[in-house]
Design a protein around this ligand. Structure first.
Ligand SMILES: CCCCCCCCCCCCCCCCCCCCCCCCCC(=O)SCCNC(=O)CCNC(=O)[C@H](O)C(C)(C)COP(=O)(O)OP(=O)(O)OC[C@H]1O[C@@H](n2cnc3c(N)ncnc32)[C@H](O)[C@@H]1OP(=O)(O)O
Ligand SMILES: NC(=O)C1=CN([C@@H]2O[C@H](COP(=O)(O)OP(=O)(O)OC[C@H]3O[C@@H](n4cnc5c(N)ncnc54)[C@H](OP(=O)(O)O)[C@@H]3O)[C@@H](O)[C@H]2O)C=CC1
Length: 515
């Protein structure tokens, strides 16, 4: 019997960010392994014209929850969606809901965040810092609370090369930043943002670092733990391999490469690609929840959920495997044949951006205009290039994360828990994982049918022929222009023609003799 699964039985669990990528995988695993839990409170905001209930039903209707519905048929009754906006005071939670949350909650998993790299500092601080502070305040009023688990990121200290499982201080105290956001106007915030974030690459990583300091400073007597996942990718094993439902991290780039838009990326092939499957993160999170509540460590423990130091894979190997998978499992209606490459310096990056990204987009838009359609490729390409520039920081560096606490926790688990809540990435086979990831992107993100693979392969063959035809035509035009202008080119051309003529004459003569 799993001790961790048993621990969550009968518990009231509060999850923020339950509608996000990690939140959904977390809820799924909780219900599948502890169907006897009491209730899961989720803080949800109405979105895109959908009510809370509609959002919950949409999540439960997805393939991710198919197994859950078998083991916990009344799952919808156990989810209690509470209307909340983490940008508002008291999260805009009604008095009755607040009372219920305060009096019943046993465990909190705080996953909500803005993960946009370039979010305005005011918004990033509000969600990643102030909301964390407010949640801690709420937690301090919960008499039955046993553990508060805060999800941060392994990149919250990406300004360092070696990162230990400790909370590092920030140059400016989070309280001062929170205060200043209240009275500074947007224009001034824009101006001071680069100075404030210093050597952090973006507002996301900076505010996640501030969030950790808030957790440490304002946690009071609560049992708190911080989890730092690296780049969260599709699921590895559970509930099935390859599940993914948003474009963050590598997923968007896999689509861009598979559809033939992404032709080159400025990345260091030997740099460590510190991906971590979402189900691994969730297994560690649930184990940490159990350990923090039961063992009550004296200080706030930080757990790194990374792969680089235990089972490293680099971007070069990952890129090759992604491309190899497209041969077997191509995406439908590709713009060009998938064939991307790594560049390593500014000049080649600019060159390939112009030749392989912008030029084909302009030509295609010209074709769309000619055929009376609305041009769209240049806009899409500009967005892709912007995204690439944001991700560049992370694919050209390697970090070392120590994992003492994570390894300590692993050794504390019973063999059964080590199996059910497996977060040992040493067992991960990268090639298999990446293949399943690409397949998952095709099935769950692009919603493409596997029956369309032969047609997709046919389409790629047509694109290849067009590519050869285009290149040959381009070569002939260039050559024609060259021999019109240069005596040397003309001499070379006459030499080649006369050589071919002589060769053919010799061949014809010798075949006549044989007869
Ligand atoms: C040797 C040979 C080899 C050959 C090789 C060949 C290679 C071939 C294969 C290549 C694969 C292998 C290499 C992979 C490298 C991966 C690096 C990952 C590093 C991640 C580090 C993460 C570290 C931290 C981890 C964390 O801790 S947290 C999570 C990380 N957080 C994020 O990943 C948010 C990023 N995003 C944003 O920050 C915003 O998105 C923003 C970008 C500002 C745009 O912002 P904006 O322009 O305003 O536009 P949006 O409205 O947002 O989007 C506008 C439109 O772009 C779409 N789109 C949003 N995103 C992405 C995205 N990624 N990728 C693509 N598209 C995206 C969106 O769907 C919308 O399309 P539409 O719906 O309009 O059609
Ligand atoms: N994805 C990754 O690669 C990594 C993520 N992390 C961390 O993991 C956690 C989860 O990330 P992930 O699941 O990928 O992120 P998502 O962007 O998929 O999910 C974010 C969640 O936060 C919720 N949220 C955002 N703003 C508000 C708000 N104002 N009020 C209420 N809820 C809000 C979103 O709700 P809604 O659906 O309404 O938008 C959503 O449920 C984050 O803390 C992130 O920093 C750490 C490392 C890597």
């Amino acid at each position: 019997m799993s001790m961790i699964a048993a621990f969550y039985g009968g518990k009231a669990i509060l999850i923020t960010g339950a509608t996000g990528f990690m939140g959904k995988v977390l809820m799924e695993k909780l219900f599948r392994t502890s169907p006897d839990l009491k209730v899961v409170y989720i803080l949800v905001r109405p979105k895109q014209g959908q009510t809370l209930q509609q959002r919950v039903f949409q999540i439960l209707d997805s393939k991710l929850f198919e197994k859950v519905k078998e083991v916990c048929p009344n799952v919808h009754e156990k989810i209690r969606a509470i209307s909340a906006d983490l940008n508002q005071n008291d999260f805009a939670i009604s008095k009755e809901d607040m009372k219920e949350l305060l009096s019943h909650t046993n465990i909190i998993f705080h996953c909500a965040a803005t993960v946009r790299f370039d979010d305005h500092l005011r918004h990033a601080v509000q969600l990643n810092v102030t909301a964390t502070q407010q949640l801690l305040l709420m937690a301090s009023q919960m008499p039955k609370l046993e553990a508060f688990i805060h999800i941060s990121t392994a990149f919250s200290n990406c300004n360092l090369k070696h990162i230990d499982e400790v909370v590092y201080p920030c140059p400016v105290e989070p309280k001062k930043i929170i205060d200043s956001m209240e009275w500074l106007d947007d224009a001034i915030i824009d101006e001071i943002t680069p100075k404030l974030i210093g050597d952090w690459p973006n507002t996301y990583t900076y505010t996640k670092a501030l969030g950790e300091v808030v957790v440490q400073q304002e946690g009071g007597n609560l049992n708190i733990a911080i989890i730092r996942p690296s780049i969260m990718g599709a699921t590895w094993q559970e509930p099935f391999p390859g599940w993914v439902d948003n474009l963050n991290g590598p997923s968007g780039l896999i689509i861009a490469a598979g559809k033939g838009f992404l032709r080159s990326i400025r990345a260091t092939p030997m740099a460590v690609a510190d991906l971590i499957p979402a189900d691994t993160v969730v297994n560690l999170t649930l184990a940490v929840g159990w350990y923090t509540a039961v063992h009550r460590p004296k200080s706030t423990l930080v757990y790194h959920c990374t792969s680089g130091n235990l089972n490293p894979c680099n971007w070069g190997k990952m890129g090759l495997q992604v491309l190899a998978t497209f041969e077997k499992i191509p995406f439908e209606r590709a713009f060009r044949r998938p064939n991307a490459d790594f560049t390593t310096n500014n000049i080649t990056t600019h060159y390939w951006n112009a030749v392989s990204h912008r030029a084909p987009a302009i030509i295609y838009d010209f074709y769309l205009r000619l055929t009376g359609r609305k041009p769209r490729m240049t806009k899409l390409m500009n967005r892709l290039l912007r995204t690439l520039s944001m991700l560049e920081y992370f694919v050209n560096r390697s970090w070392e994360w120590s994992t003492y606490n994570t390894e300590m926790l692993m050794s504390e688990l019973s063999p059964e828990d080590q199996r059910v809540f497996n977060f040992d990435v040493r067992q991960l086979n990268w090639l298999e994982y990446i293949e399943n990831y690409v397949l998952g992107v095709k099935k769950y993100l692009l919603k493409e049918d596997m029956a369309g693979i032969p047609e997709a392969k046919q389409h790629l063959k047509r694109l290849r022929n067009i590519h050869y035809l285009f290149n040959t035509a381009l070569f002939l035009i260039a050559w024609r222009l060259l021999i019109a202008r240069s005596q040397v080119a003309r001499n070379v051309w006459f030499f080649i023609v006369s050589f071919c003529y002589k060769f053919l004459s010799y061949f014809r003569a010798s075949s006549t003799l044989n007869v």
